[in-house]
Design a protein around this ligand. Structure first.
Ligand code: AMP
Ligand code: TRP
Length: 330
């Protein structure tokens, strides 16, 4: 790290990571790690906002750490750590709670969607407060850039509002971060239902390709992915399923959608899906291999996270002290 511009992002260790997580987040994290000082967090406190089995959570944290490294994040260059191990996150979260407004949090669509599913009255207070902790995550490191998928846009906007409001009330303290949301891959849709987002809480695994799926499972899921009526491999609003598959192809190969359309002129959905299956396997098989290798040595993963937390704490603590002083808590 050379003391340059910073990046912060995080993923919850709840459920399985999938192609959406990869294209919307992980792949872009790898692409920025040479140009920024990066903080990549496993946001275990955020995972607690919905019920978690402690045993499963523990395993998921390690799996996430293995995936971070397996996709190509370098723990020497980038700081990889878990949120709960740097207590400054919850401390700054409280300070920001006192700056955030009930009206703002009530407008968060992710809260409204998630709360609706289980009944709004029984949603946890943590779920409601989730975006404030997320703001603390980023503001603690004065990160300039936050690479995420499209579903995080509203949370990022709130984070910017809180940073500006705090700065206005107490003097320049926080960098106002910018979202990094790319055109391709920011919103990968479910394979079995192109009108809903690919999500780890989907009712059936047919909707998503897990990053740790075996190659044959991947091929089968892509082969069975829903397609639209007609037979031409072209993206259009009337063909949401094939459009989604084209976007995945584009995200993984770096080709543009129109280049891919040209390549598949006169061919059928089946040909295209067969090739897409191979493209996905080519990307994910090495990631799976490395992740499984790393998971063989859990102690090393724990050490990696612990030394990441130590490095993160130093930066976080300085920012927290600054916020204390500004607010008169010194
Ligand atoms: P989560 O797994 O919900 O913690 O999300 C981790 C990251 O992946 C966030 O930056 C999300 O915006 C991104 N993400 C999750 N699902 C998708 C999806 N279907 N398409 C694109 N990005 C996604
Ligand atoms: N809310 C994000 C998600 O569900 C995860 C997250 C927590 C995050 N803190 C963050 C993302 C800070 C970016 C920056 O995907």
């Amino acid at each position: 790290m050379q003391g340059g511009r910073r990046v912060f992002s995080g993923i919850q260790p709840s459920g399985r990571s999938h192609l959406g997580t990869y294209l919307g987040a992980l792949k872009n994290w790898v692409s920025v790690q040479d140009d920024y000082d990066c903080f990549f967090c496993i946001v275990d406190l955020h995972a607690l906002t919905t019920p978690q089995d402690p045993k499963v959570l523990r395993a998921n944290v390690r799996e996430m750490a293995a995936l971070y490294v397996a996709v190509g994040l370098d723990p020497e260059r980038s700081i990889i750590f878990r949120q709960s191990r740097v207590s400054e996150h919850t401390e700054l979260g409280w300070l920001l709670n006192c700056v955030a407004r009930v009206g703002e949090l009530s407008r968060m669509t992710q809260f409204k969607d998630k709360a609706q599913k289980g009944g709004a009255d029984s949603a946890s207070v943590g779920l409601y407060d989730y975006p404030v902790l997320q703001a603390a995550d980023v503001l603690l490191y004065n990160a300039h850039l936050v690479p995420v998928g499209e579903d995080q846009r509203q949370h990022l906007e709130l984070m910017r509002t809180l940073a500006r409001r705090f700065n206005g009330l107490y003097g320049e303290t926080f960098v106002v971060p910018e979202p990094m949301i790319l055109d391709v891959g920011a919103r990968v849709m479910a394979l079995d239902d192109p009108t809903s987002k690919m999500s780890k809480s989907a009712p059936t695994p047919a909707g998503y390709v897990e990053l740790l799926d075996e190659p044959d499972v991947i091929r089968r899921k892509i082969r069975r992915a829903k397609t639209d009526s007609g037979s031409e491999v072209v993206a259009s609003p009337e063909k949401p399923a094939i459009t989604n598959l084209l976007n995945i192809y584009a995200g993984l190969t770096g080709l543009s959608v129109s280049e891919i359309e040209t390549r598949y002129e006169g061919k059928r959905y089946g040909d295209f899906k067969k090739d897409l299956g191979e493209v996905v396997v080519e990307t994910l098989a090495p990631i799976r291999g490395r992740a499984l290798e790393l998971l063989d040595d859990p102690r090393e993963l724990d050490d990696l996270l612990e030394s990441g937390a130590e490095r993160a704490r130093k930066v976080a603590h300085a920012t927290l002290r600054d916020a204390w002083t500004r607010m008169g808590l010194d």
